[in-house]
Design a protein around this ligand. Structure first.
Ligand code: BYC
Length: 307
């Protein structure tokens, strides 16, 4: 019986069709999906903090409205992804608990501080740009609810990336001080953005299995290269320098060559020793505790309505 189920599962994966919540799936496949989708959902929720830091200090009403809308979109992405994860038999409460106790991860990028207003533009341009490279292939992931959530998320991420680029272009057309602020921000965010794609393939324990299951469609290095190739011409158009002396076009490969990120730094940030890890989790825990009365009220209202 299990053999038939396994064969059916393998055939769906081989045909690049989709596995749906009611279908049989190997336990390892389910666990990998929970790990990756939860990591992604938590990234969206924690990812509201670095940009949220600038909502009260945005330089105009227009910029404030844009930033508020973007941060709200991120909350929405977290909710679609938590809902996709719940179809795998794990509850929202369990997921939140695993984030707050550090048993599940979120993207390393959100453990870096946002020190200037230019960081709002740089996050849109580089961080959302990297997220798009990483996530567009996930629209074709083998698990239905995850792929469908990703289609909507990617549309909004493209919009976020353009808003970041537009902000930086405006600042680059401003004063020398504004141009310096942009360059300083790009210098800080370039390498952490490359780290978002994960460790190099040969040091990525999950990639091969996840690709065989059709959860990931590409390796970490391939997507990192795609991001560099896409971003260098945009940096030239903006007039900023990417802080990598090894960055140059390679005619033979048809790609840009680039230097290696500091993998020890990525490992430290993932381990919890990044510049803002403790602050991000403490802030999230406090927000969760402050929101307890809202959850209680919503539960009481739902129970009363059901009666
Ligand atoms: N940060 O075997 P590997 C966004 C972990 S946010 C932290 O290569 P995998 C946005 C990895 O989890 C973007 N941890 O893993 C929001 C694994 O640990 P565990 C978020 C990392 O899963 C707001 C271990 O290292 N996007 O969109 O095959 C504003 C070994 O790695 C990182 C997603 O999450 C990292 N950078 O591949 C703006 C996309 N890299 O779990 C933007 C979905 C690796 O075994 N996620 N680790 O303990 C993925 O595509 C994959 O999870 C990764 C890693 C490519 C990140």
């Amino acid at each position: 019986m299990t053999l038939d189920l396994q064969e059916k599962f393998d055939a769906v994966i081989a045909h690049h069709d989709r596995i749906e919540p009611r279908d049989w799936m190997p336990e390892g496949y389910r666990k990998t999906l929970v790990r990756q989708i939860a990591q992604h959902a938590h990234s969206e929720i924690i990812g509201m903090q670095p940009e949220g830091n600038w909502i009260g200090r945005a330089p105009s009403l227009r910029r404030k409205a844009i930033l508020l809308a973007k941060v709200q979109d991120e909350a929405g992405h977290g909710l679609y992804l938590y809902a996709a994860c719940e179809t795998l038999g794990v509850s929202r409460d369990e997921l939140v608990e695993m984030l707050l106790t550090g048993r599940q991860k979120y993207s390393s990028i959100f453990n870096y501080p946002t020190l200037s207003y230019a960081d709002v533009g740089t996050i849109g341009w580089l961080v959302d740009g990297a997220a798009i490279c990483n996530q567009v292939p996930l629209c074709r992931t083998s698990y239905g609810p995850y792929g469908r959530a990703m289609i909507r998320i990617c549309k909004e991420e493209s919009f976020h990336q353009r808003q970041g680029y537009e902000l930086l272009r405006t600042m680059m057309g401003g004063t020398d001080a504004q141009r310096q602020m942009v360059q300083e921000s790009v210098d800080r965010f370039w390498w952490p953005s490359l780290m978002m794609f994960g460790p190099p393939d040969e040091e990525s324990p999950n990639s091969a299995r996840s690709i065989a299951w059709g959860i990931k469609r590409n390796g970490n290095d391939e997507l990192r290269q795609r991001f560099v190739d896409m971003t260098v011409p945009q940096a030239e158009a903006l007039g900023v320098t990417l802080p990598d002396p090894e960055l140059r076009w390679n005619d033979e490969r048809g790609h840009y060559d680039f230097g290696a990120p500091d993998w020890a730094e990525l490992a430290a940030v993932i381990r919890g020793d990044g510049p803002c890890n403790a602050q991000r989790l403490a802030h999230r825990r406090a927000a969760h505790d402050d929101g307890a009365w809202v959850r209680e009220a919503a539960t009481a209202f739902a129970e009363r309505s059901a009666r």
